[in-house]
Design a protein around this ligand. Structure first.
Ligand SMILES: *Cc1c(COP(=O)(O)O)cnc(C)c1O
Length: 386
């Protein structure tokens, strides 16, 4: 494929953007450039590659690719989603303020409250599905509004265009963690966001075999800062992980379609199940954020939370599943089930969990690509223990 890929379809870009055939051999896949440095022709004369922390061709291919999928100007790949989010926060200075969704990824909550707080970078936590709360939390030093939509695990939805409008009116930027929806279903930059961040460990990789993070910028000053931070702080993604992530992204479209088809079926099944008290999934008719989600995303995704009423009931189901695997993480081919209160969200104080409605009976499922009948049968047999 030659030329500008931006007007091509999503899967065409996923397969080709940033990945022209290797110029020396014609190799159809981008090689894993396992090198720490690059020989220069003469002092100051090189091919755009000087040292592996600054640039690596395999990593560059992934960065170009994800930028093309999100519709941004540049991509920047990091050693993990948290490394990307940490780098994102380096845009701010001591004394600046962040307004953040109160149900962001627990690692992000920990980073902001236990690390960055020590550098006088303070955050206020709001239910960003209620935009009045976002507006009311803005202070003079607010420089960033930071949201996830849908949120983990409560599946809260934030109106991205409205959040961008509030942020911009106050001279702040909107940064969005788009890990749950993936660019296949939702592209926050199209709705006014300034920066998108991903844990590439999840749907982008999709096969649970690498860790990574990617940030996509739309403004030149952010592109320059993120490249400067890759060079200066160095939390970059290695070439082998970049290769695995690129390999995963080629099938992102077909995977997301199947994840979602099964996700909708599992959510509908759980909603009908007598042992399940409540199901949280943006595709259900009674989900409070459904209409806003439909305005800004083209699919509901594969993450479902459901309430079994008590921790004991949740534990019984988690002990009994056989096809579903008890594990943290999400977005891979295998269906994972977890107990947020004691696993992913254990670092969130119990009062805070209670405030956002994350009870001890809530179980989260990331629906994978196994046969749907096997997933439903396994959930049914596990639920008989309740
Ligand atoms: C997993 C995750 C992260 C952190 O990414 P790592 O790759 O595990 O560092 C951030 N945000 C969301 C929504 C996640 O699911």
């Amino acid at each position: 494929m030659k030329g500008d890929p931006t007007n091509l379809g999503f899967s065409t870009r996923a397969i080709h953007a940033g990945q022209p055939p290797d110029p020396t051999t014609g190799s159809v896949t981008v090689p894993i450039y396992a090198t720490s440095t690059y020989v220069q022709e003469a002092v100051g004369r090189h091919k755009g590659f000087e040292y592996a922390r600054i640039q690596n061709p395999t990593r560059s291919a992934l960065e170009t690719n994800v930028a093309a999928l999100e519709g941004g100007r540049s991509g920047h790949a990091f050693a993990s989603g948290m490394a990307a989010i940490h780098t994102l926060m380096s845009l701010l200075r001591s004394g600046d303020h962040i307004v953040a969704s109160d149900t962001v990824y627990a690692g992000t909550f920990r980073l902001l409250t236990q690390v960055l707080d020590r550098y006088e970078l303070h955050s206020s936590w709001v239910d960003s599905s209620d935009l009045q709360q976002v507006e009311d939390a803005v202070i003079e030093r607010t420089r960033m509004v930071y949201v996830e939509t849908p949120t983990n695990p409560m599946m809260g939805i934030t109106d991205l265009a409205a959040a961008a409008e509030i942020a911009h009116r106050h001279d702040a930027i909107l940064a969005v963690d788009n890990t749950f929806a993936s660019p296949y279903f939702q592209r926050p930059l199209e709705h006014g966001a300034d920066i998108v961040v991903h844990s590439a460990t999840k749907f982008l990789n999709g096969h649970s075999d690498s860790l990574g993070g990617v940030m996509v910028a739309r403004h030149e000053e952010h592109e320059e800062w993120f490249a400067f931070m890759q060079k200066s702080a160095g939390a970059v993604l290695g070439p082998f992980d970049a290769f695995l992530t690129l390999r995963g992204i080629k099938t992102l479209g077909v995977r997301m379609d199947k994840h979602e088809e099964s996700g909708r079926a599992v959510a509908a099944h759980l909603e009908e199940h007598p042992k399940v008290e409540r199901v949280f999934y943006p595709g259900l008719a009674d989900h409070p954020g459904r209409q806003i989600h439909e305005k800004q995303a083209s699919g509901y995704g594969a993450l479902i939370a459901f309430d079994l009423g008590s921790e004991a009931a949740a534990r019984r189901v988690l002990d009994r599943v056989r096809v579903l695997s008890l594990a943290e993480s999400l977005g891979g081919v295998e269906t994972l089930i977890s107990h947020p209160a004691t696993m992913t969200h254990a670092s969130i104080p119990p009062e805070e969990r209670a405030r956002v409605g994350l009870t001890d009976g809530i179980v989260r499922v990331s629906v994978g690509l196994e046969d749907l009948e096997d997933l439903l049968a396994d959930l049914d047999q596990a639920l008989t223990a309740v």
